[in-house]
Design a protein around this ligand. Structure first.
Ligand code: IPM
Ligand code: MG
Length: 364
């Protein structure tokens, strides 16, 4: 039996509801004759921790995470604390501190989900967005001077390094090569941003030389939004800067039916540090505490985590159970137009995993 150490960081808002649901699903997989087990360690970091200790996580928090095999994260964000403090104090601190430089965001229209694009067939939309996750527009470089005076000045510097750009392009080309269509779209804005984005394009062209099997093209980020809506089938793997991919991945999630479904992995591809998996929906304070949050984004993230740990069969089982649930409108939460609760969806997914114990589950 292989045992994995998993850190659970629910964080704030509905993170406190969906992460326990994700743990239940992992426990169901562990019980289902999969040959794997988990040791969970919970961390109460986030807004409440900040109010008690003046920081989102302790100084030695990263040390506590280094020994884990992976991290399941909920969300960071608190209505009483400025967003840049919650974000930089927890999620970005972990992503940068553990060098999780590849943020991977798959999008598909899951079975039974009604997607808004009228002319889009399910098979037309099967994308993975690779988001640069440690530098670019989120580098944190910049400053603010003369606050409150008319001469006040502020800047956020988008810092790109050749090493940082090359490693994310290489990751994206490798991922594209591993997918059936072997197709990569490099998102850019080098028409207007004439320094870093031009280097981004040049590095992409250089890396492409090592992947002759991958068909690739370049798209400006503004035109990309229109292409995602008008020609979804022309896209497969997509690589973009930190901010561009942030925006494009919300559009992708909405086009696939709901932000409540979308998963992500913050990956350290070299496995020198644990990677972190999370739903992309955020803390959603408007619905917190009501038990109606959609846990599917967390379950899909848990499936990505299993894949990353080298357990593709367990990962597939979770996704089979997830699509079993999404196929049933009675198991749709409010964001999907239904009335199911977090607990009902979680129970259904866990029961499905348990029912499939010991035998491969059908995927069609
Ligand atoms: C995401 C989120 C975050 C981001 C927010 C919460 C700062 O939108 O994961 O996409 O921009 O990275
Ligand atoms: Mg976002």
């Amino acid at each position: 039996m292989k045992r994995y150490r998993i850190a659970l960081i629910p964080g704030d808002g509905i993170g406190k509801e969906v992460v326990p649901a994700g743990r239940q699903v992992l426990e169901a997989v562990a019980g289902a004759e999969s040959g794997i087990g988990f040791e969970f360690e919970g961390f109460d970091w986030g807004g409440d921790y900040y109010r008690a200790h003046g920081a989102m996580m302790p100084d030695d928090g990263l040390e506590a995470l280094r020994g884990q095999n992976a991290i399941l994260f909920g969300s960071a964000g608190d209505p009483g604390i400025p967003d840049h403090i919650t974000l930089w104090g927890l999620r970005l601190k972990i992503c940068q501190g553990l060098d999780q430089y590849a943020n991977v965001r798959p999008t598909r229209i899951l079975r039974g989900i009604d997607a808004p694009l009228k002319r889009c067939r399910t098979e037309d939309l099967d994308w993975v967005i690779v988001r640069e996750n440690t530098e670019g527009e989120y580098s944190g470089a910049g400053g603010r001077v003369h606050q409150g005076f008319p001469i006040e000045a502020a800047m956020d510097v988008s810092l790109m390094t050749r090493a940082g750009v090359e490693r994310i392009q290489r990751y994206a080309f490798r991922l594209a090569a591993s997918r059936p269509r072997k197709r990569l779209t490099v998102v850019t804005k080098s028409n207007a941003q004439r320094h870093a984005m031009v280097m981004w394009d040049e590095v992409a062209a250089e890396v492409a030389g090592d992947f002759p099997e991958v068909g690739w093209d370049k798209e400006l980020v503004d035109a990309m939004t229109a292409r995602m809506v008008n020609r979804p089938a022309s896209l497969d793997t997509i690589v973009a800067t930190n901010l561009h991919a942030d925006v494009l991945s919300d559009l992708a999630a909405a086009l696939a039916g709901s932000l409540g479904i979308a998963p992500t992995g913050n990956i350290n591809p070299e496995q020198a540090f644990p990677s972190m998996f999370e739903p992309i929906h955020g803390s959603a304070f408007d619905i917190m505490g009501q038990g109606v949050a959609n846990p599917i984004g967390t379950f899909w993230s848990a499936s990505m985590m299993l894949d990353h740990l080298g357990e593709p069969e367990a990962a597939r089982r979770v996704m089979e159970a997830v699509e079993y649930a999404t196929a049933d409108p009675k198991l749709h939460t409010r964001d999907l137009g239904g009335a199911a609760t977090t607990a009902e969806v979680t129970e259904a997914v866990c029961a499905r995993i348990a029912a499939g114990a010991g035998r491969p589950l059908a995927t069609a």
